[in-house]
Design a protein around this ligand. Sequence first.
Ligand code: DCP
Ligand code: MG
Length: 240
Amino acid sequence: RVKQGFITFDHVSFIYPGTTKSVLSNVRFSVNPGERLAVIGSTGSGKTSLFQLIPRLYDATEGEIRIDHRPTTDYTLDNLRRSIGYVPQSPLLFTGTVAENIAWGKEHASTKEIIHAAKDAQIHDAIMELDNQYQTKVGQKGVNLSGGQKQRISIARALIRNPKILMLDDSTSALDLTTESKLLHAMESYECTTLLITQKISTAMRADRILLIDEGKVLAIGTHEELLHSSSLYQRIVTS
Ligand code: DCP
Ligand code: MG
C-alpha cells in the first residue's frame, strides 16, 4: 500500500481568535509519509498551536495546510480527525472504564485490540495492577491516575485507531528513559507519519528529522547532524 500522511505547511500564520499577537509566522515545512519528526522549541514558542492547526482545532489565519496534497479544509472534519491520532499535552479522560477510554473514537474495538494498544503504549502492566484492571472506572469520578498514566492511556487511544498521522504533544515527558524507549520502538510498527513535541534532545535525536521553532517561526529543520552545523540556537540547546 502507498504510504500516506504527507503533511505540508504552506506559509502558515496564526493569531488566536480575539487576540492580536502572531503565534505562528510564515511557517513552511513538509513531513514525508511515514517520517518521524520531532518538534522542539522553548515554552511559548508555538509548538502546541502548530499541532492544533492540523486537526483543525483552530484554522490558520493565513496560508494552507495540506495532508496528502489536499488542503485540510477540503476534508470533512470527521474524516480529517479520523485519520489523525492526537495526544494533547494534558489529555482528558472521561468518566468510564479504562477500556472505554482506550476504545473511545473507534467503533467496535475488541478486547484484544484494546490490550494490544495498551501494551504498545506501555500502560498494560499498570492497568493490570488496578483493582478492576481494564474495567476500572477513571475520569472525574474514578481512581486517580498519574499524569504519565493518563498520557499513556491517551496514547493507546490514538494507536488503536491506526492513524495515518500520529501526534504526541510532550506525551513522553513523564516516562523514564527505558519505558519511553520501548514506546518509541513499539510505535515504529504503525507506519504512520509521527510528529512529536519533546523537551528532551535525546528523544528528538531518535526522530528522522527535527523541527526547531522559536517565537512562532521555523528556525531550522533537518537531522541532528544538520542542525548542529546550521543552527547556533540548536547548538546552544544541545550543549546546555
Ligand atoms: N496562546 C494564546 N491562546 C491560547 C494558547 C496559547 O494566546 N489559547 C499563546 C501563548 C503563547 C503562544 O500562544 O504566547 C504559543 O503557545 P503554545 O501553547 O503554542 O506554546 P508551546 O506549546 O510551544 O509552549 P509549551 O512548551 O509551554 O507547551
Ligand atoms: Mg505546548
